[in-house]
Design a protein around this ligand. Sequence first.
Ligand code: DGJ
Length: 756
Amino acid sequence: MPITVEKNETLFHLKNSSVSYVIEILHNKYITHRYWGSVLSSYHGSNEIQMIDRGFATNPIPTLRDFSLNSLPLEYSTQGNGDHRIAGYQIRLENGTNVTDFSYVDYQVIQGKPKLTGLPATFGNQQDVTTLELTLEDAISQLKMILSYHLFENLPVITRTVRFENQSQQSVFLENTASLMIDLPSQQFDLITLDGSHTNEAGITRTPIRSGIQKIESSRGTSSPQHQPFMALTAPETTEFSGEVRAFHLIYSGNFSAQVEAEQYGSSRVVIGIHEGTFEWQLNPQETFQTPEAVLVYSETGLNAMSQTFHQLYQNHLAPTYFKEKERPILLNTWEANYFDLNEASLDKLANAAAEMGIELFVLDDGWFGKRQDDTSSLGDWTTDLTKLPHGIEGLAEKIRQKGMEFGLWFEPEMISKNSYLYDLHPDWALQVPHYPMTEGRRQFVLDLSRIDVQDYLIDVLSSYLDSGRISYIKWDMNRHLTEVASQLLTSVQQKEVSHRYVLGLYRILESLTTKYPHCLFENCSSGGGRFDPGMMHYMAQTWTSDNTDALSRTLIQYGYSFLYPPIMMGAHVSQVPNHQVGRITSLETRGHIAMSGNLGYELDFTQLDLNEKQEIHSQISFYKQMRPLFQFGQFFRLQMPNTFFASSWLFLNEDEAIIIYFNGLARPSVPVQYLPLHYLDESSDYVNQATGETFSGSELNKAGLTIPRIKEDFKTLLFHFKKKGLTEYKPYKIQLNMDFIRLFYKLRPLYLLSL
Ligand code: DGJ
């Protein structure tokens, strides 16, 4: 039984083979947090709470001078009656006051995991997950609150949500409804967050926590490239390979806040949920409000183990099931090759070149619809520009399919241009505040997705394309943040609901489309990783990781995102040099290795390649196809955090094989010789280096390490491929294709094209 109920039904021990989480009800009323960490064989209260009569403490039970909410380790709490730490929730009653007083009522243990209505969430069957529901009531306001805990059987994961129910005859206002609050009995933590900006996402920030509140947040309408809705608290000595980590992640794509408060008596309170400053919700009689889900991951063996848990959870229990074990196609995207400059003839040429290289999915990016010559017009007018594509999208898609590739199409559904027919017809569909100017962003405005008519319009538009059966991939872009967040259909007291209603509207659209078209691969994009969050990953199996395609920048960005997401979820493209974002020149080999470390794609003009480049890309693609199961479904481990010279390395591993990618960063003189421990190979096996034929034991590679040869070249990458000894030897991919063969290939190319 993974959840045991003890001590006269006042103690709940959630336990699997790796983790324990203990909750205790005190005075039949207060839900206290007793333990979360490495699994306990049993729990009997050895860490009994010390009740101390402290200065300024207030006492909810008059007879108990030493009992105060302000120092009690609580599971969920409000301000107003004695707990002055950051609040998990705050409710305003109809009379304008903020005090509520919830008491524990009862519990329920459920095998499996009930669905969250209207919100993305992790899922699992009765064997995978056990649920504990704790019900509380405030008898005065007649409000009910259900705290749900979901324990995953085979992962050190607990997820939490909260549901509010209004059983009174009056409306109340939810001012703050975090998904998770927890009081940890220590402040000896480093705080890790993932922070950045457009083209510079997911930088790792690590600092010791200090007294007071530390907070990251987004009030931009999306989870944002500025901060990931994630926090981890680690022991100060924790590394990638060892030490404790407690991590928190919110499955939500809108405004959020994540806070940790190191309070006066040595404990730390963590709160994560919808951003309290931009939110309020009118809860009418008999209505319920459901918070998004928060994920708690525990690791006692460092950050890599934390990431393994997130990767497995998200791949197996969050992302669309159809894509769980489905290999992702190698794509060519037209954006950096063509930008807005498209026509059927040049696309046809590009597609022929792509097919020759072995590309599997041809993606037509921005510029194909309305009168879109640049970013000043047409968003909302999702009809093909027949001056560019006289045979329409269907005609183009059919041609691409005849060349042996799948066809994918770009949309930015949530947006509207003032210069569009849609705006002429429905100016009220854009987010706006009456009488005030609408703020432009990339010359465009945001549709009011809180409106059901707007949601239905977008479902219909996308469906009309997907119904043709010729589109197997959609890139769903979103290139600005929300301003003038107001809706004409809501009352004045509901205007602070719009940000959340926007996200709920988006989820409704995505739920509808992904249910209708479960085999269509959706790629999540918001100018790259601007909305790379677990909420979006529930509907879309992969994300365009960053608009920055420079190889060096990508080592940092992909490194950061790998804390939470497996490489199969990260789109990574080989693009042109000098790189369009930073101007850097890196070799095609380096660009290939870094892009293979995510979900390999290309984003450059294949018609302009010289023979050597063609040869190299061809061999990259065939190597990747051969190794795709390892790259996409193997485990991913970080071996070396990017240093001041940007050198870093990582490992892909499965039962049989390992690939190590070493990135040299900046070449420098007098470098120490590097022996790179691989840490995670099977120590009972020997491994054969596929390039040299040398055999090494797994244990020596793990502990003594792999010698990294001296490199005198900036940004050079090395790829090492090891296979367990005894398995059929793999032909080293380094054997370059024979030039005669290549010449013959290009001689025969016209015949090949004719046959299409
Ligand atoms: C931003 C995306 O991140 C790019 O890849 C591209 O799709 C452009 N938008 C198109 O406008």
